[in-house]
Design a protein around this ligand. Sequence first.
Ligand SMILES: [Fe+2]
Ligand SMILES: [Fe+2]
Length: 277
Amino acid sequence: MLYPELFKSLERVRWNMETDIPWAEFDAARLSDEQALTVKMNAITEWAALPATEMFLRDFAHDSDFSAFMSVWFFEEQKHALVLMEYLRRFRPELVPSEEELHAVRFPFDSAPPMETLMLHFCGEVRLNHWYRRAAEWHTEPVIKHIYATISRDEARHGGAYLQYMKHFLAEKEKGEAAAAAFAKVGFLMASAGRAGKPLHPTNLHVNEALFPRDTVQSRLPDPEWLPRWLDQQICFDAEWEGRVQSMILKNLSLLFGENFASTRDLNRYRKQIAAA
Ligand SMILES: [Fe+2]
Ligand SMILES: [Fe+2]
């Protein structure tokens, strides 16, 4: 079981919303309307951890260890939504998402192979860590800069926790090989996101055939066009940042498989190898 140790390690670094966020340093002159609006969209997107948790608990019903860990992950993700909403409540109350806006991102996700979903979320945490680090740089108001830096570190730790589970599943008798194939397949897709022309993250993937096209989290936001604007025109998540996401995924997969993936091409070659085996 990984849950007891993961609980302890995440508990040790847990931050307090009341005392660890420097609320008193708020500087109204350094927050623009467009910046404040992005906080609202990020708050709603974080709220989508709710349907993601429902999906994980369903697809990992056979695995009580991983399901128990979901309690920590779910708590921390909802706290991300909450700290962003608390910021708005204090300083831009007119932008606090309504309960309806939050509830709109709660919809059932189709089931998918659990190992693929796990890998997808691992890559999603890596990507979100980088998005939030960039957001922390882009914002000019000190309190929200601090909040994005804080939650970006949580996302990195979530990636680390998922990685521990991936290691654990790889070592499982009989199931290990199928897990390896799933990790390599989804890892290759996620690391190639730059080429696909759209950043792949769990919140902009289609996850419910019956609801298509309104079956991505982004499509259910008050402004479905917001994400590409945030990335391209606001936080300016450029090729260099995209490259950092990619190399972080390749580095972790190299460690996981005991290989050396210098590029997505190497990973693709390995993916084909294990798929054939
Ligand atoms: Fe989060
Ligand atoms: Fe996360």
